[in-house]
Design a protein around this ligand. Structure first.
Ligand code: NAD
Length: 478
């Protein structure tokens, strides 16, 4: 499959801005470790211009009717669908995931925008009965204001789509700093909004040194809402910056998702379902299943089928036919994977398959299964964000719940059981923002997506994802 890459530009006040004297960085193809293009960085003056544009954009956009806002958003979603093939190929080149996954991501991004376009028309208020005669007590929803959003490299269009969709549907304007490592697909998605007729200033896209941009923007009084997806340490830092200005914030951070397979589940079917989900995007997904607890009677059968699946994956460039797992997104991840494997081995872990870097070109790491690792090993306590699956055994319901809930994270959790009663009990017992019981479908445009504990706060998706960009105002009228 041949493909061209994106034209990398900043988008400020409705204008596309090229490098022209600005600093920048190279974007690397993780399948080859070779540069794809040069990405311009926004200067401080660019950021201030983006903020002025977003203030102007907010005034225009919040005054537009929800009906008209929805028309433009739906048009943008249609353009994303029309251009899905080119955008997906750009996404594969910069991020590494296989084409089929990239295509699903781009199409889902359009679905998210469209869903928010519709939901923005239902940002209802209400009338609360008053105590006095003729009194009207009115509750209205208003856009929170200018939003600063920061998105990572693992879902270059889907994560920005959630933030753009929620903010625009609520009538907010937005300055988005997408990932410098995977900018192209997001640039092309933003181009769809520009081409759909979004007024200048409503959506601005910048790149640069992440800490410099976030500190600059979050400190500005006019930025009233922060939305971040990424690692827990960065999330805590940005939450502190937001707290200084008492700004609303949504934090979608990392996790370490337990999978509990009970003896009354079908071990082979569960293994196939969850293994396919595990190795999606080479495991670089915040809701990726990452700790596998299997009840003793079915442990060997589950492990055998899971390992067989891992061995069957075909590593390579995601644009090539027949490839089922791409490279890791950057060189940092390879080093981290090696650290997990070495620690597991030192603690008595056994490698059922994989365990090493593959080849000497690009950032490929083998689909890996590790057994016999203690609960306090690195792989059982730190988010792997890669293609490593530790599979261990458990005896009782209470024991596994305690082990599953023992970490400070709480983003996603999964369980497989043939019993309706166990399904109810485990769904209630797992400390997690999202739980899939006999299901991995925990991320759709219309359902809330978010974590608890150190995995963050607030939801993206569902009506909760729209509320995240709305202020509630009460008007009492006598
Ligand atoms: P990192 O913590 O350096 O960066 C994570 C993301 O945050 C990147 O996109 C980065 O550009 C951005 N970022 C970093 N510092 C920032 C700042 N001061 N202001 C604004 N944005 C900032 O880590 P990394 O090496 O890119 O990824 C490592 C870990 O991050 C992974 O192990 C995983 O736990 C986590 N991560 C989570 C998600 C997610 O979907 N929740 C996505 C990517 C990475």
């Amino acid at each position: 499959m041949s493909a061209s890459y994106a034209n990398l530009e900043l988008f400020i006040d409705g204008k596309w801005i090229t490098g022209n004297g600005r600093g920048g960085e190279d974007v690397i193809n993780p399948a080859t470790a070779k540069p794809l293009a040069r990405l311009p960085h926004a200067s401080h003056a660019d950021l201030d211009q983006a903020l002025e544009a977003a203030k102007k954009g907010l005034a225009i956009w919040r005054a537009a009717s929800a009906y008209d806002r929805a028309k433009i958003m739906r048009k943008a979603a249609d353009l994303i669908r029309e251009r899905y093939d080119a955008i997906s190929k750009i996404l594969v080149q910069e991020q590494g995931k296989v084409y089929a996954e990239a295509r699903a991501e781009v199409i889902t991004s359009a679905d998210i925008i469209e869903w928010y376009a519709e939901e923005g028309r239902r940002a209802y208020g209400r009338i609360v009965p008053g105590r006095g005669k003729g009194v009207r007590q009115i509750v209205v929803q208003e856009p929170v204001g200018v939003v600063a959003a920061f998105t990572p490299w693992n879902f270059p269009t889907l994560t920005p789509a959630r933030k753009i969709g929620g903010a625009l549907a609520a009538g907010c304007s937005l300055i988005l700093k997408a990932s410098e490592e995977t900018p192209g697909a997001c640039v092309e998605m933003v181009r769809c909004f520009a081409d759909a007729g979004l007024p200048a200033g409503v959506l601005n896209l910048v790149f640069g040194v992440p800490a410099t941009i976030s500190e600059h923007l979050i400190a500005k009084d006019d930025v009233r809402k922060i939305s971040f997806t990424g690692s827990i340490p960065v999330g805590k830092h940005l939450a502190q910056l937001a707290a200084k200005g008492m700004k609303r914030a949504t934090m979608e951070l990392g996790g370490h998702s337990p999978v509990v397979v009970f003896a009354d589940a079908d071990p082979e079917k569960s293994a196939e379902t969850i293994a396919a989900f595990k190795y999606r995007n080479a495991g670089q997904v915040c809701i990726s299943p990452t700790r596998f607890y299997v009840q003793e009677p079915v442990y060997s059968r589950f492990l055998a089928r899971f390992t067989e699946y891992a061995k069957s994956l075909k590593l390579g460039d995601g644009l090539e036919k027949g490839i089922t797992m791409g490279p890791m997104a950057n060189a940092r991840r390879i080093d981290t994977m090696e650290g997990f494997v070495n620690d597991a081995k030192e603690r008595g872990g056994k490698i059922a398959t994989g365990g090493s870097r593959r080849g000497n070109q690009g950032y490929f790491f083998e689909p890996t299964v590790i057994t016999d690792v203690p609960d306090d090993s690195k792989i059982m306590t730190q988010e792997p964000f890669g293609p490593i699956a530790p599979v261990v055994a458990f005896k009782t319901f209470d024991e596994v719940v305690e082990r599953a809930n023992s970490l400070p994270y709480g983003l996603a959790a999964y369980a497989f059981t043939g019993s309706a009663q166990t399904a109810n009990l485990i769904g209630d017992a797992l400390q997690s923002g999202m739980v899939g019981v006999n299901s991995i479908a925990i991320s759709t445009p219309e359902t809330p997506f978010g974590g608890i504990k150190e995995s963050g706060y607030g939801s993206e998706g569902g009506i909760e994802g729209l509320s995240a960009y709305l202020n509630t105002k009460f008007i009492s009228q006598a």
